[in-house]
Design a binder for this molecule. Sequence first.
Ligand code: BGC
Ligand code: ZN
Length: 362
Amino acid sequence: MKAAAVFPNRKSLEVVNDFPEPKMESPTAVKLRVLTVGVCGTDREIASFQYGFPPPAGSEFLVMGHECLGEIVEVGPEVQDFKPGDLAIPMVRRPCDHPECLACRAGRQDFCYTGDYRERGIKQMHGFLTELIVDEARYMNPVPPAIRDVAVLVEPLTIAEKGLIQALQIQKRLPWGGALKAVVLGAGPVGLLGAMALRRAGFSVTVYSRSREPDESADIVKAIGAKYISSQDRSIEQMAAEVGNIDVVYEATGASQLAFDVLAVLGTNGLFILTGVPGKHGPISLDTDTIMRNLVLKNQCVLGTVNAGKDAFQSAVADLTSFRATWPEAVKNLITGRFPLEKFAEPIHNQTGIKNIVEISK
Ligand code: BGC
Ligand code: ZN
C-alpha cells in the first residue's frame, strides 16, 4: 500500500510505496478504506520538526494524518455497531497503559494525566494517510451518508465541541444561564468551525482575524450570521468596545501574545477557551496585575482544551449535519484544496486557502 510519511532523521516527507496492509488482529476490530484526510497546523508542525514525536517503535517514519473519513470494509466477529459500507471517523488519541491514570482508565484519554497517551498520525502511532486502516471499533464514530462530502471536518470540529461542552458546564455557575456574546480569534478551519458551533448554540459571534476583506474566510463568517473584524482595521480595545461584554473567547490561532492581549478585554463572568498550541518563541512581557485583577474582580475563567471524547464526536457529527443543511455553501467553502496522496506534502509545506484535504479514494 501507499502511505504518506514523515522521516524525522532524514527531515523529509515521502510517499512510502510498500507500507504493509494492516491485519485484523482482534474480534472487535474494523478495517476501513480511507476516503479523505484533512491537513492542519499540527501536521505542519510535525513536518517542520517543531512538534517532534518519535515514530512507532522500530519504524524510521511516521505515517501522517489524523483527520480522517473512512468507509468500513470489514468487521470482526464481535463488532455490533458497524457493518461494511458504513462511514466512520476514527478518534485520534489512544489511552496510556498506566493503571493509575484515572482519565485513560475511564475511557477519557483526552484528559490523560501521564502524557503517555499515543495519537494516530501525531505521536508514536501511524496515522491515516494511507489506503487501508485497522482499528478497534470503539474508536470509531458513525457518520450519516448525508455529510459524506464534508465529514472530513468532523475531527477539527471536535476541538470546538469539547470546548463548548465544557463552556456550558462552566457557565452553569451563573444561575441565569450566562450570556451569549462570543469572540473567535482566528479564521482558519478551527476558528470557522468554532464560530459555526457557537452560532448554532445561540451565541452572537464576532470573528477577529488578521486578513482584510475581501477574504474567503470573512465571507464564510458573514454567511453564518457572524461579524468579521480585521485586526488590521481595529485594535483589540476597539473590537472589544464594538462587541460589549465578551462572555466567551474561543482562541484558535496558537498566537500566545494575541491570546493574552485579548484576555485583558474579556468581559465580566467571561470564559476564555484556548485551543492553539504555540511554537516556542521565548518570553514576552504581560501586564499580569491587570490580568489577575480582572480574573478575580470579574469572576473570569481560563480554560485550555485538547483532543476530544466520544461526546464531542457525537456533537460534531450532529452539528456538521445541521451546518450542512443550514449553510450548505459556507460549509463546502471551508474545503479549498484537494490533493492526491502523492502530493500530500504540498498543502503541508504551503498553507493556502482554508482547509486542504488529501483524497485517497472515492
Ligand atoms: C488534533 C488533536 C490532538 C492535538 C495534539 C490536534 O491537531 O486535532 O486530536 O490531540 O492536535 O496533538
Ligand atoms: Zn488536526
